[in-house]
Design a protein around this ligand. Structure first.
Ligand code: NAP
Length: 486
């Protein structure tokens, strides 16, 4: 097995690091400096077909000859290697994605935990023995790997979002073709090096980088690919769902969100404002589960807003590699324009800008935007109706429980929701009535490998992580046995 060197960053197909058939490459840009930090091979349909064929060849051995215990050893070793190489992988994430080094380290360690957890959970892919209704019959279920899987992920959590697909798919006995976002492939190459060094056989996991449309066409039209697991925008998720219909391909879809963050009057406004600012501006708000609509009870609204503005102004903006940086650059230049457009729209409709609101003037280069807090938001502003994916905190107020539940649910999305209260009755009401797949109660960071992660409504289909995340890569077979008369 060859190694992907810094000079020749490549795709991994059938255990070989390979360049694109037509020699195309792609520059990878550092959003903090706008400089080129590396080049990768940029493939298309042909490389995707070859990767699918390699995964198909590897499937019988990986799914049948290797037991769940054999597979677990490789996944656990992968987790150990990720932890050992955490600093190097985290540095790459920061260089190509922009988030502060501490957040990148957290991403690598969370992803290592995901590998370790699925290594164990794969051993619990139990079938059932089902009581019979006729004396001579017996019934049971067996779990069967879905087969060859395609995994497409975005740039905002380049390691985490592939780990949530690779680990359960491999644990279930599937083989896989991973396709990272074009702009953040380098850290995934390092993750694949961990898989190889942990002993993963050739062809079991393949890495292709290149044209999204071409690769999606191949995944959709090639019958070898039995399932597509996609994380990204709701719009692309819908396209894939339409395209998957012809061959009835299995789909897991982790899509956009527009999370309410609801603060009740019994909560401490300064303490919750700190959690709100941390949760909102993590990764510059470019997080699917980021809180995006802040509903604060009118009795504590003024205290919450003044604390939130103060904490926001204190955030240290800078290159993610520099010590002390709390907020890195946004991911790409067009995100700066989109963010300004959303803020302008809100201000034109009467919102008050309390801090931030523009590209930072402190930097000559890099996509830095000042963290922003707004109040006086009209319900029809684009910030309320579109997923913002930006460092903008719009604060609204409310008076009654029913009113805030109805406002929180008034969106086509249903991924995450956050509630801050010490009142058990209010907590239960919200947990039961909010339309969101993930609900954090006094908890701004609810994701963990052992709990399901995914959305309701247009935020997606299926769940990642937890036992449900393993089931997503398994088919259930019902086996009925007629016994001989004795
Ligand atoms: P995106 O445009 O949908 O891209 C996501 C991935 O799909 C990228 O790898 C992209 O490739 C690829 N892609 C683009 N067009 C495609 C097509 N026609 N067919 C197949 N793949 C295609 O999403 P994004 O704007 O980069 O990412 C942000 C979105 O992801 C937000 O909506 C966010 O909420 C969502 N997200 C959801 C979760 C979750 O777990 N629910 C987690 C993180 C992010 P290129 O890089 O080459 O464009």
């Amino acid at each position: 097995m060859t190694t992907a060197t810094a000079e020749r960053r490549s795709m991994l197909i059938d255990g070989q690091w390979t360049t694109a058939a037509d020699g195309r490459t792609l520059d990878v840009i550092n959003p903090a400096t706008e400089g080129v930090i590396g080049q990768v091979a940029y493939g298309g349909r042909e490389e995707t077909r070859r990767a699918l064929e390699a995964a198909q060849r590897a499937l019988p051995t990986w799914s049948r000859q290797q037991t769940t215990w054999d597979r677990a050893k490789i996944l656990k070793r992968t987790a150990e290697l990720m932890r050992e190489r955490c600093d190097a992988i985290a540095r790459t994430i920061t260089l190509e994605q922009g988030k502060p080094l501490a957040e990148s380290r957290g991403e690598v360690l969370h992803s290592a935990d995901t590998f370790e957890w699925f290594a164990e959970e794969g051993k619990r892919a139990y079938g059932q023995v089902i009581p019979n209704s006729l004396p001579g019959k017996r019934h049971m279920t067996l779990k069967h790997p879905v087969g060859v899987v395609a995994a497409i992920s975005p740039w905002n959590f380049p390691i985490t979002l592939q780990a949530r697909k690779l680990a359960p798919a491999l644990a279930a006995g599937c083989t896989i073709v991973s396709r990272p976002a074009s702009q953040t492939p380098l850290c995934l190459i390092q993750l694949f090096e961990c898989l190889i060094d942990a002993g993963l056989p050739s062809g079991v996991a393949n890495l292709v980088i290149g044209s999204a449309n071409e690769m999606a066409d191949e995944f959709l039209s090639n019958p070898i690919c039995r399932k597509i697991s996609f994380t990204g925008s709701t719009e692309v998720g819908k396209q894939l769902m339409r395209g998957a219909a012809d061959q009835m391909k299995r789909l897991s879809l982790e899509l956009g969100g527009h999370a309410p963050f609801i603060v009740f009057p019994d909560a401490d406004p300064a303490v919750v404002a700190k959690a709100a600012v941390t949760g909102k501006f993590r990764n510059n708000g470019q997080v699917c589960v980021a809180p995006t609509r802040f509903f604060v009870h009118q009795d504590i609204r003024d205290d919450f807003v003044s604390a939130a503005v103060q904490f926001t102004r204190e955030l240290k903006l800078g290159n993610g590699l520099d010590a002390g940086t709390e907020i890195g650059p946004m991911f790409e230049e067009k995100a700066l324009k989109q963010t300004s457009t959303l803020i302008d729209d809100a201000v034109q409709r009467g919102a008050q800008l309390l801090t931030g609101g523009k590209r930072s003037e402190r930097f000559d280069r890099g996509y830095f935007f000042e963290p922003t807090v707004l109040t006086g938001i009209a319900p029809e502003t684009r910030l309320m109706t579109e997923e913002p994916f930006a460092p903008v905190m719009p604060v609204l107020d409310f008076g009654r429980l029913d009113e805030v539940i109805s406002a929180a649910n008034n969106t086509r999305y249903g991924l995450a929701a956050y509630v801050f209260t010490n009142d058990l009755t209010v907590m239960w009401q919200l947990a039961e009535r909010l339309e969101a797949g993930i609900i954090g109660i006094n908890d701004p960071v609810p994701a963990t490998p052992q709990a399901p992660f995914g959305g309701m409504k247009e935020s997606g289909l299926g769940r990642e992580l937890s036992h449900e995340g393993l089931e997503a890569y398994l088919e259930t077979k019902a086996v009925s046995i007629r016994l001989r008369d004795s």
